[in-house]
Design a protein around this ligand. Structure first.
Ligand code: PMP
Length: 435
């Protein structure tokens, strides 16, 4: 009998005992091709020599020093590297231990920024209905999934949710995708005007929506319009790149594609690549200075923040991206993965859409391709796909989100950046068989 309180409390899970490149191996020796990098985490596969070596070296020298007393060489080096690679003037990095912690830090920094500036009446956030920002109470409040929020209401912060950019479902036949993007972005302006723009702290969004929507890139021009609206009303733009960031979409930061800059960006998953728990929040000179020259104390922190060993591991992850030219590889190989998925699934009666960027691809399943009616909740399609894929030695990430109160089933694929072409073929074969 297991004494571990697993999230899936009513299921018996196999025990993973070893990692080998893009494969995980369980206690019986069965190999699973990791087609989702866990949840878009394991971008370097499960046995990267460079990261393991860096972790060993750091542990031998110094595992941990409390961030209230010391900085470390590895934290400084990682901060310098990340901020030098980030778009715009994201000049400061705040290190925590995961995605939700990074989002909490972002929400609190944004609020504190306005308090320091003498605008404490700004207390609300605007987010999008198809979104996931984490499971801690603040991050849960901004997340779009009502089912996740419902049993914890009332939540701690006040959030309005607007439409995401969801061309497959919402673009009209009489508009171009650019026009659609402008129309849906303009909902932000309407929401700001309805609420009174000077009561709003920030708009938070994932540049490419992850788990809640089976990967949902925005149409071109959408985020440029969002940035304009935020600037017009003095509202901050927080981009949550916890899932889509760190090279996953073929650029190091997903929003490089959109040609915009953000006031705060959160990253996590791929930054640790599965070797160490880590998250980070990046922010601008202006926001940093407001806090630094104001009270001089950011009212948020965690015991394990800026953990020396985690910093060393993540520095090695970024070095591996560079040395092995992995981010560019993700762009080109991702296109081939999408082409292969489309070729194999285009005629499938329950496949509505195949979409994504780089090694961040999603398939949306529907009951009817013509009407795009979602598969009913009672089919439990996501749970069945997960089971059949695991039986076939494939780990993928099927989810049920909600579309206007109905279940929307999809599967997210986020394989390691080192996926070879024969492994890609194996992935597609096993996925098609499992579906
Ligand atoms: N933001 C996004 C966009 C995410 O996808 C996730 C995790 N799926 C989180 C935040 C929360 O990260 P974590 O699970 O590391 O707390």
């Amino acid at each position: 009998m297991s004494h571990v309180f697993h999230r899936q409390c009513n299921q018996k899970l196999p025990a993973a005992v070893k990692g080998d490149g893009v494969y995980l191996i369980d206690q019986s020796g069965k190999r699973y091709l990791d087609a989702s990098g866990g949840a878009a985490v394991s971008c370097l596969g499960h046995s990267h020599a460079g990261v393991r070596e860096a972790l060993h070296q750091q542990i031998d020298a110094l595992a941990y020093a409390h961030s209230g007393f010391f900085t470390t060489e590895t934290a400084e080096a990682l901060g310098e590297k990340l901020t030098s690679l980030a778009p715009g003037d994201l000049n400061y990095a705040y290190f925590v231990s995961g995605g939700s912690e990074a989002v909490e830090a972002a929400l609190k920094l944004a609020r504190q920024y306005f308090v320091e500036k003498g605008e404490p009446q700004r207390q609300r956030f605007i987010a999008r209905r198809q979104s996931y920002h984490g499971n801690t109470l603040g991050a849960l409040a901004v997340g779009g999934n009502e089912w996740r929020r419902a049993q914890f209401a009332p939540l701690l912060i006040d959030v309005a949710h607007i439409a995401p950019c969801y061309a497959y479902r919402d673009q009209r036949e009489d508009e171009t995708s650019f026009e659609y993007g402008q129309r849906v972005a303009n909902e932000l302006e309407q929401q700001l005007l309805d609420e009174g723009p000077d009561t709003v702290i920030a708009f938070i969004a994932e540049p490419v929506v992850g788990a809640t929507a089976g990967v949902l890139p925005a149409v071109d021009g959408y985020f440029k319009r969002i940035r304009e609206i935020c600037d017009k009303y003095g509202v901050l733009l927080i981009l949550d790149e916890v899932m889509c960031g760190m090279g996953r979409t073929g650029t190091l930061f997903a929003h490089e594609y959109d040609g915009i800059t953000a006031d705060i960006v959160t990253i996590a998953k791929g930054l640790g690549a599965g070797y160490q728990p880590i998250g980070a929040m990046l922010t601008t000179e202006e926001i940093y200075q407001a806090v630094s020259s104001g009270t001089g104390f950011f009212q948020h922190g965690h015991t394990y923040m800026a953990h020396a060993t985690a910093m060393a591991g993540s520095l090695a992850v970024l070095n591996a991206f560079e040395n092995e030219q992995l981010v560019a590889r993700v762009g080109t190989e991702g296109e081939l993965l999408q082409a292969s998925l489309k070729e194999r699934l285009v005629d499938h009666p329950f496949v509505g859409d195949v979409r994504g960027r780089g090694f961040f691809q999603g398939i949306e399943f529907v009951a009817d391709r013509a009407t795009k009616a979602p598969l009913p909740v009672k089919t439990q399609f996501h749970a069945r796909l997960k089971r059949s894929a695991m039986e076939n030695g494939l780990m993928c990430y099927p989810m049920a989100g909600t579309i206007d109160g109905q279940a929307g089933h999809h599967v997210l694929l986020a394989p390691p950046f080192i996926l070879s072409r024969s492994e890609r073929d194996e992935l597609v074969d096993k996925l098609v068989a499992s579906i």
